[in-house]
Design a binder for this molecule. Structure first.
Ligand code: PGA
Length: 313
């Protein structure tokens, strides 16, 4: 069967008006063109769709059956057209973002701001650790990924968003916090303490290990947790020292629940990156959000960068 959508639209008009002439007027076609199209349609389906009763055209039972389906097909096609039009304009499009667990804090703020400006756009945010982000990039799943260190082995485009310093934190009751010093605490000295840090597979853990290795030291964590919130609670409760991204502890610093220790070679300088797979075509909505993140990063960074020097003990 070789039926075209145009034939179905003409068929629907003929069925509605019971006249080739009126259908032709409705569709701005000539009457012979309409009857020709109906002839082709009948040939394709192999049964008569209309009977001629004098001047009137009456739909046959086969025609009725076709009409039930053709109405549905035409409606669906119109819905498709409208959706494609919206997609073209970037409306009601879903932007798929995946972000490192630690990026949760600022990505959600940026999402809220972006949604106020573009209420028609939908965003799905998958928060997960670095290991999973790399797998998602491998499989072209998200539109883009926000992560610490871009993966070296994949074909990607990567843009720097902003700084992501890692700091050593302690409860204000911790002995190292209670005896502020003039000089930074040596890295070797803090290694004698218990540490609560992120889990294996996280970018934070990998960066910490690499940093200590660079200074010829072996970092061993006593406790590993998959969420920054849990690490903060554990450090506040006195389980040990922590190493976390600075922007995750704004509230705890303001409430004097945590302090940043002045440790040699800290803060650990890191950066956030916006990463896409090379060759992945971004929708207009995803492009708009990407631009928004890059533009608003600077003001977000300003909101926390003062802490590092102000609160260190
Ligand atoms: P993470 O990633 O949340 O997996 O630790 C953050 C990062 O790479 O800095």
């Amino acid at each position: 069967m070789n039926i075209t959508l145009r034939q179905l639209q003409i068929f629907e008009s003929v069925a509605q008006t019971e006249s080739y002439t009126r259908a032709a007027e409705m569709l701005f076609m000539t009457q012979p063109a309409v009857s020709m199209q109906m002839k082709h349609l009948e040939e394709s389906v192999g049964v008569a769709l209309f009977d001629k009763q004098g001047k009137k055209i009456v739909i046959t039972q086969a025609g009725q059956t076709l009409r039930e389906h053709s109405k549905d097909i035409i409606e669906r096609f119109e819905i498709l057209q409208r959706s494609l039009m919206k997609l073209k304009k970037g409306q009601h499009e879903t932007i798929k973002i995946s972000a490192a667990t630690t990026a949760n804090h600022f990505v959600t703020h940026m999402m809220a701001e972006f949604s106020r400006l573009h209420p028609d756009m939908n965003i799905t945010l998958d928060i997960t650790n670095r290991e999973t982000l790399v797998k998602q990039l491998q499989n072209y799943i998200p539109d883009f990924v926000i992560m610490g260190e871009p993966p070296g082995k994949l074909e990607i485009d990567s843009q720097l968003i902003m700084k992501n310093p890692l700091v050593v934190i302690a409860s204000p009751e911790h002995p190292l916090a209670r005896a502020p010093r003039q000089h930074p605490i040596p890295m070797t000295e803090i290694l004698e303490e218990a540490f609560v840090v992120r889990e294996e597979g996280s970018g934070t853990k990998a960066a910490i290990r690499k940093h200590f290795r660079k200074h010829r030291l072996n970092f061993i964590s006593s406790y590993e947790m998959s969420s920054n919130e849990s690490i903060k609670h554990a450090v506040v409760a006195g389980l040990g020292l922590g190493i976390v991204a600075l922007h995750t502890i704004k509230l705890e610093l303001e409430a004097d629940k945590l302090v940043i220790l002045n440790v040699e070679n800290f803060p650990l300088e890191r950066y956030w990156h916006l990463v896409t797979r090379k060759g992945k075509r971004l929708t207009p909505a995803a492009q708009a959000f990407q631009t928004f993140i890059l533009e608003s990063a600077e003001s977000y960074q300003k909101s926390y960068q003062g802490f590092c020097t102000r609160e260190v003990v």
